[in-house]
Design a binder for this molecule. Sequence first.
Ligand code: ADP
Ligand code: ADP
Length: 226
Amino acid sequence: MEILKIEHLSKIYGTGESAVKALDDVSFTVQKGEFVAIIGPSGSGKSTLLHLLGGVDRPSSGKVLVENTDIYALDETRLAIFRRRQIGLIYQFFNLIPTLTVKENMTLPLLLDNQQEDKKQFDGLVKTLNLEHRLNHLPNQLSGGQQQRVSIGRAIISNPAIMLADEPTGNLDSRNSSEIIDLLKMLNKTYRQTLIVITHDERIALQADRIISIEDGRIAKDEVIR
Ligand code: ADP
Ligand code: ADP
């Protein structure tokens, strides 16, 4: 099943002399359950692409269809709801709210959506993330690896169509990086969670099902590797 379809996506920042074409007519599709790595030099347009897939920014032209919904045809309110329910975003620097506990950070998307947490499901997730004894801690009381596990919990708690990660291991040492990648792979394989990860780390890219290389805002290569 096709979960994501990108059609002729372009993004230009600024206008006139200072305009920058960050994405230039990019099209591809992603199947449910795929693990896609996006690689490419700094400034090639990877983050721009990820933000457009996540409904965080608006394209200059082209479409993003998630489960057949043309997300940029939605008004702002509906787009915000779409983001909260269907997109799980994971960042390099975790982006946790420092004044909220681990549990509060993880369940924030449910709270914002007026949804009750399912206790059994939540406990299962906490166990998977190995955060049982950290639920009442604040983010700054946790190691980097633990903080990233909290942010993965927050990303997956509303059972999103797609998880998007921008350099999820960029701020972690190699042991914690392996742990985070193993966790993402496990979520991908066990729950068929569709996963798109930007990475500079070749060891991570080689664990994906498919590698898309971006250069100068275009797809330079798109290879299925397993
Ligand atoms: P990458 O993630 O591959 O490093 P980006 O998507 O961040 O690339 O950037 C692609 C291009 O767009 C770069 O030339 C960058 O300078 C430019 N760019 C990114 N964000 C903005 C912005 N908000 N305003 C202006 N230019 C931007
Ligand atoms: P990890 O368990 O990911 O290898 P560390 O070795 O950095 O993490 O930390 C060991 C333990 O110490 C962790 O369980 C973590 O909760 C705790 N810890 C790490 N940093 C802090 C901190 N700044 N304040 C309180 N506890 C911390």
